[in-house]
Write a protein that binds this ligand. Structure first.
Ligand code: 13P
Length: 258
């Protein structure tokens, strides 16, 4: 049985005061859902505050990106060990916004995935197709290439510590959500691909869905057998919505009452 993971990707949002109130509210509600993992991913400059606010609570935090190595002449970048020192447990690798806006290519992302593991962080590898790729029937080929480039570089055993997030690009921030059936189909494909490399890792690895997941569609997505949680953008900036998605993922009695 895989433990659900609900992760909030805050992207480039929030001021210090907004982050404080969001974290306080999430912290208060999160205690009701002890059977799931809850994670928030603020911007780099808010990590120290989040570290102070969430230490000794069940809510985990992580980062949205990192650069290779430990330190060096890489102006504007942040390394894995720096994130680890701030208590990060997870880091996003290859979010579609990084792939497209910042032109991060397959070799760089494979190296970042490995850099995360080298620093003791768990990478959340994001994969997914654009609308045009889906319409051309290329979804599986795109996802396969995004996964296989990392498997070839880091080795399948590296995935024992990793999470995969399927985020169809056409569903991100658009209000369009993959139907539970569409999402399940790709999640099952991803798990099959991992199975071909390592059966045990395929059984335990968590595959999250991301792309306009909201309180009103979370339960139907999370009910699918290969959807092990969510990577939430917009809805994670509102504590009530984020906690409602946590409730949908949880089997705790208090979650069922809502
Ligand atoms: P939205 O939930 O806003 O569509 O964002 C999804 C996402 O990109 C999470 O990483």
């Amino acid at each position: 049985m895989r433990k659900s993971l609900i992760a909030g990707n805050w992207k480039m949002h929030g001021s210090l005061s907004q982050v404080k109130s969001l974290v306080d509210n999430i912290k208060q509600g999160a205690g009701a859902y002890t059977d799931i993992d809850i994670l928030v991913l603020p911007v780099f400059v808010h990590l120290a505050l989040v570290h102070d606010l969430l230490s000794h609570t069940p809510v985990m935090w992580g980062a949205q990106n990192l650069y290779l190595g430990t330190q060096g002449a890489y102006t504007g970048e942040v390394s894995g060990p720096m994130l680890k020192e701030l208590g990060c447990q997870y880091v996003l690798i290859g979010h579609s916004e990084r792939r497209t806006i910042f032109r991060e290519d397959l070799p760089l992302l494979a190296a970042k995935f490995k850099a995360a593991l080298d620093a003791g962080l768990k990478p959340i590898l994001c994969v997914g197709e654009t609308r045009a790729q889906r319409e051309n029937g290329e979804t599986e080929a795109v996802v396969r290439e995004q996964l296989e480039s990392v498997i070839a570089f880091a080795g399948i055993s590296a995935f024992a510590q990793a999470v995969i997030a399927y985020e169809p690009v056409w569903a991100i921030g658009t209000g369009l959500t993959a139907t539970p059936e569409q999402a399940q189909e790709v999640h099952a494909y991803i798990r099959d691909l991992i199975t071909q490399n390592n059966v045990d890792i395929a059984k335990t690895i968590r595959i999250l869905y991301g792309g306009s997941m909201k309180p009103d569609n979370a339960a139907s997505l999370l009910a699918k057998p290969d959807i092990d949680g969510g990577l939430i953008g917009g809805a994670s900036l509102d504590a009530g919505s984020f906690l409602a998605i946590c409730a949908a993922a949880s089997r705790e009695p208090t979650a069922a009452i809502k």
